[in-house]
Design a protein around this ligand. Structure first.
Ligand code: NAP
Ligand code: F7E
Length: 331
């Protein structure tokens, strides 16, 4: 039985990836912060439905010894490194801890793997935020980087660390260059879930308006369930390489609002207010990726359309609201 370790297993992607790997017959291990084991009800919510099927290990990305210990205990074939401070806006508020977790954390993990399990295949969760102020459209694997936030910079560092361990130590290290991907399990601070959550609140009379930042920013939004399949395919390829994963479509935040409110029979113009509080010091205006390489080399294909994604997220949040599960929506 193949064994995989997922860092960031409690997050959106970690939960979908764990499900996918279990379905493929893997033994799935997850690295979590100690506090997650102490407060499972609050912090392991996205894994509840998997019950005892995943083995959790306490460890911290900030501590090389803790990663070393976990990897000493558990022999693995594949390591999916998804843990990160992933909220771009927060990285402007605290760039130092974002850099520390995302860049140094990646370095610690790679160094521990090199020491203990150099044959293990390694996936790094790179991001379209590395392209930032884009130099060409659509963005592909060779598009130059121009990150616009500490988050983007930390991911560029992780990308080059991953590449360096591949080139210097001949380890099977892969960079996924994933564009935005969402789902009903998305964190509430990200714009898509902030919108669908508030559509439901407004529909049920629990809120009267939605304050957002830049409505004209454009993103390439796909579904997380599709994107975790690509992560797995990357580690099955005959050689380590880097791959863009994207839908190939771009939509503005305004369009997302229009569609999400319409799903609930509402007009977004009646509720959405633009609020400079949510503007970023430096914005990424436009992202759209071309995943032709992943489709050609890995045979990857997404199943969800943009409309299906929005519709599923709104339906989920309306159901939560309808069931009176508002407490869960505030988690
Ligand atoms: P997410 O929902 O925010 O999950 C982040 C995960 O990282 C959580 O499990 C979190 O654990 C863990 N984590 C954060 N700080 C940590 C620390 N200091 N030590 C240990 N664990 C820590 O993110 P996601 O959307 O699933 O994204 C997964 C990865 O893909 C991230 O690296 C993200 O940067 C990258 N990415 C995401 C997208 C996207 O659109 N979703 C696109 C490109 C790249 P807690 O539960 O304990 O906080
Ligand atoms: O913002 C604009 C905001 O926070 C999207 C992460 O998963 O994808 C994600 O990063 C856009 C930006 O995601 C609000 O200014 C307007 O232009 O949902 P977001 P993100 O910054 O694109 C990448 C690929 C990752 O790697 C990251 O980990 O929406 N926007 N008004 C807003 N954004 C938020 N959050 N809140 C607003 O009120």
């Amino acid at each position: 039985m193949r064994k995989a370790l997922i860092t960031g297993i409690t997050g959106q992607d970690g939960s979908y990836l764990a499900e996918h790997l279990l379905g493929l017959g893997y033994e799935v291990h997850g690295l979590v912060r100690r506090v997650a084991l102490e407060q499972p009800d609050q912090r392991l919510g996205r894994l509840t439905h998997l019950g005892e099927r995943v083995v959790l290990h306490a460890g911290s990305l900030e501590s090389y010894p803790s990663l070393f210990q976990v990897l000493s205990r558990c022999q693995i074939d594949e390591c999916y490194h998804l843990a990160a401070q992933s909220f771009v806006a927060e990285s402007f508020a605290d760039g130092f801890s974002t850099m520390n977790t995302n860049s140094n954390g990646t370095h610690y993990l790679l160094a521990a793997l090199r020491e203990l399990q150099p044959g293990c295949r390694f996936y790094f969760a790179g991001s379209s935020e590395m392209f930032g102020k884009v130099r060409e459209t659509p963005q592909v694997e060779t598009t130059p980087f121009h990150p616009r936030s500490p988050y983007g910079i930390s991911k560029v560092a992780g990308y080059y660390l991953t590449l360096n361990y591949r080139e210097a130590y001949q380890m099977f290290c892969v960079n996924g260059m994933l564009f935005n991907h969402e789902s009903p399990r998305r964190g509430f601070e990200f714009v898509t879930r902030k919108i669908t959550h508030n559509v439901a609140r407004i529909k049920f009379g629990l809120a009267s308006e939605l304050r957002l930042g830049n409505l004209e920013a454009r993103r390439d939004w796909g579904h997380a369930a599709d994107y975790v399949r690509a992560m797995h395919l990357m580690l099955q390829h005959s050689e380590p390489d880097d791959f863009v994963i994207a839908s190939g479509e771009t939509h503005s935040v305004r369009e997302f609002c229009e569609l999400a409110f319409a799903e609930a029979g509402l007009d977004y113009l009646d509720f959405v207010k633009e609020d400079p509080t949510f503007y970023r010091p430096a914005e990424v205006d436009l992202l759209v990726g071309n995943a032709a390489k992943a489709k050609r080399v890995l045979g990857w294909q997404p199943a969800y359309s943009f409309r299906e994604l929005v519709s599923q997220m709104v339906a989920h949040d309306l159901e939560l609201a309808q069931r009176g599960a508002m407490a869960e929506m505030f988690l």
